[in-house]
Structure formats: C-alpha cells, structure tokens
Design a protein around this ligand. Structure first.
Ligand code: IMP
Length: 429
C-alpha cells in the first residue's frame, strides 16, 4: 500500500487542484495538513468548476475529506464554502468531512490583525491574503489558540478569550484598529459551535485505522515549498511548513505513512504577493505567459508575476520538500515560443550559486544564470501520450529532470482532468 503527498514545488498555484483531483479519484481519504483558506484550488469536473479553499479536494470525488490538526480553520469561511459547494450539488456532511479536534481556529480578530499589520508595513508588505493565517499560527505556537475541541466547552472558551483578547486588543489598539468585545466573540463562537462540532473528531484514530486497513490516503498540500515558513523566501512566506514532512505532523500520522511525494511545478514560474523572484519577466514574454496561463489568483484575484522556469529553485524544493517525482503542468503555455530559458543558478555579487541562499539581501541581489533551449511550434495542449509531444518539448522536460534531480512522473497538458500523461503511478510506488 502506498500513500501519496502532493506539494507545490514553486510559489504556489502550480495547478495542484487538477492533479489532486485526479489522484483523489484513486484514494479513499484526502487529507489537508497545513494552511487554511488562503489556499485556492480550482477543479474542473465536466461542466462544473469548483473553487475550493479549505475543503479537501477529494470531496468532489465523493471521498472522505479530512482537515488535519496542522490546518488553521476559519469556521465561518468553512461553513460558507460548504454552503457554496452544496449549491453546486456536492454532498458535504459529517459522514464525508472530518475535522481534527486539535485544529486551530481562525477568528475575525486574526484577519483584522493580519490586515492592520500589512497596512502598517506599507511598501514592505508581504502581500498576505489578509485572512488571518499568520496571526492564527502565531497564537497556536504561543499556546493561546482556540481549537476546534474548545467549541464544546463554553467555560474553556470564556477563559481562553480573556487571554486572547488581552493580547490581541493591545496589538490592535497599537495599530489604531478596532478592538473586539469578549461577549461578541464568545457569542460568535457559541453560535457556530453546533454547526462545526458534528464534523469534529480525533482524526488521527481514523487515519490510523485507514492505514491499518490498507486504505489509500492522499495528503493534499497547500501553497508550496518556496512559501514554507522555514525553507521558503522568508519573510515572504506563509506561516506553515508546506514540505511533505509536515504531512505527518499536520495530520497525526507517522512519517512512514506519507508515502510517495509528488511535487507540482509549472513549466514556467509564477508568484503572487511580494518577495524575491529571480526569473521574473517584466517584458512581453512575461505578459504573454500571464495571459495564456490565465495567471490570476483563485483566492485574491491578483495578477500573478510570471517568469522562466527556475531549475535551481525547484531542485532546492525537491531536496528540502522530499519530492520523489514531479508533475509538470501548463506545458502548453510555452507552445510557439522560439526559445525558452531555464535558470540553472544565480550570480550574486559576482559569485555563482547553485541554490538560492537564505539571506534576504542575497535573495534580492540574485541574478539568474540561464541556459537557453529551443522552443517548439506545435501545440501540446491536450496531449495524452508522450508520442503526441514535439521532440523539443520532450527535450525541455528531460533537461528539467536532469537539472532538478527528480523524474517528471506526470505531465498535465490542459485544465481537463483527462489531459494528463502519466509516466509513473505514484500510488504504485
Ligand atoms: P498568507 O498565507 O495569507 O499569510 O500569505 C503569505 C504569502 O503566501 C503571500 O505572499 C501570499 O500571496 C502567499 N500565498 C498564500 N496562499 C497562497 C496560495 O495558495 N497560492 C499562492 N500564494 C499563496
């Protein structure tokens, strides 16, 4: 029995939704293990387009969706998302969705603090989604978070809110933002409790049983390795560990349960929000990639920055993320370009680096060292076999494999679920 973890290998938005959906159809449980409703997965199934943020993608395929302890859950956003997908005809019930009792909750005060801080940062803002993700994780490690299980204990909630508001109201006042009244927050939580609690359980028990019964599990990552709070382009990162190692911790299983790690990478590179992006293109090619790739954020609607494929960066993501194989997406966006560039390292102040160093000054100064490869004129869109790909496209993929030191095990050639070329089945590894 092999399980699979799917993680982003760049800065997010690599097209994980489609790959996760495709793999979810072959799994029995789909588990989110980090992040929150900052994520955005678009799933195209027949004539329906589902935009999921917090719900595990497997729900679309009638699988059990699990929100692990490593996720930060905004209960109101969750209920709104459930209502939205129910309107599209999807069943989401306590039989199909389970939430870890020890998952941290996001409260409106977290989003307020997130936004107040970003506004105060001015020019130096991170470009967060403003959904309270960072502040909620801060409360978790500071041991004052409200967790899903607390909804069942009004007295605990009341005590915890005293500590939480003491901290947050002081901060909010300092930023000149509105403060929160305890009674209003408590009423909000108690009002949501009866609608959230039916989904709540010790999910680690369920996952342990599933594992012993040999049921296939798919761990669904959000964001990506270069947004990992430790390994990404800090401080322009999200507030959780996005690497596959966290699938174990954020779900409540041992590391051996994670299985094959599939990293998703676009055939070029994009980023939303601020922060270093060595291969970013500010020219006509960058604009073309953005237009052809429909590069707008699912959650934020913001235009994504676009650039050439950065093999030095993806190689780094392969190593720290524990990636066994890569799924390459959106190859067709490169169709018709005369030549393509692949970043193989960086020049930083006259010194050559094969990786992106951690220091912010070095990251900002990093100039990509490119290798130029020939493009292809034929369309690769919708290709379903290796034989349908032009020779130059195959060459491009092979060169990427060499440079990132990982095999491309899956190729996605359009948003349609079946336009996929599978080189190696991750569940069979
Ligand atoms: P936060 O996760 O809202 O705190 O945002 C931190 C950084 O991560 C910002 O640059 C966001 O744009 C980025 N980010 C968060 N979630 C995603 C995602 O799902 N895709 C791409 N970028 C994301």
């Amino acid at each position: 029995m092999a399980n699979v973890a799917v993680i982003g290998a760049q800065w997010g938005d690599e097209g994980k939704g489609k790959v996760v959906d495709w793999l979810a159809s072959r799994a029995e449980l789909v588990i989110r293990f980090q992040g929150g409703h900052n994520a955005g997965h678009t799933l195209v199934v027949g004539n329906q387009t589902y935009k999921l943020s917090l719900l595990p993608s497997g729900l679309v395929r009638g699988k059990i969706g699990v929100i692990g302890n490593g996720v930060v859950v905004d209960p109101e956003a969750l209920l709104a998302e459930i209502a939205r997908v129910r309107e599209q005809g999807l069943e989401v019930t306590p039989a199909t969705l389970r939430i870890a009792e020890n998952a941290t909750l996001i409260l409106p005060l977290h989003a307020a603090l997130d936004r107040a801080r970003e506004a105060a940062r001015g020019e130096r803002k991170i470009g967060t989604t403003g959904r309270g993700i960072g502040p909620a994780y801060e409360d978790k490690v500071a041991r004052r978070a409200i967790r899903a299980c607390d909804l069942a204990e009004p007295a605990t909630l009341s005590d915890k809110l005293d500590e939480l508001l003491l901290h947050h109201n002081a901060l909010l006042r300092g930023f000149g933002a509105d403060i929160f009244e305890k009674s209003a927050v408590l009423d909000w939580l108690l009002g949501l409790a009866p609608r959230i609690l039916p989904f709540v359980e010790p999910v680690w028990e369920r996952l342990d049983e599933a594992r012993r019964a040999g049921r296939r599990m798919l761990f669904e990552g959000a964001q990506a390795v270069m947004l990992d709070v430790d390994h990404g382009t800090y401080p322009f990162v999200t507030s959780s560990n996005t690497v596959a190692a966290n699938a174990a911790c954020g779900a409540g299983v041992g590391p051996g349960a994670v299985g094959f790690v599939l990293g998703i990478a676009k055939a070029y590179c994009t980023r939303v929000g601020a922060g270093p992006f060595p291969t970013e293109l500010h020219d006509e090619t960058g604009r073309l990639l953005g237009e052809r790739g429909h590069e707008f954020g699912t959650v934020t609607g913001r235009r994504r920055r676009c650039g050439w494929f950065d093999a030095a960066l993806v190689r780094q993501a392969v190593k720290v993320g524990g990636i066994d194989g890569l799924a390459l997406t959106k190859l067709d966006v490169l169709d018709g370009l005369d030549e393509l560039r692949i970043c193989i390292g960086y020049d930083i102040g006259g010194e050559t680096f094969r990786h992106l160093p951690a220091a912010p000054g070095a990251q900002k100064a990093a100039r990509p060292i490119y290798e130029t490869v020939e493009g292809w004129s034929e369309s690769t869109r919708g290709a379903r076999s290796w034989a349908e790909l032009p020779a130059q496209a195959i060459k491009y993929i092979r060169r990427i494999e060499e440079l990132v030191e990982a095999p491309v095990t899956l190729l996605s050639t359009s948003p349609e679920r079946d336009d996929t070329i599978l080189m190696r089945d991750p569940f069979q590894d």
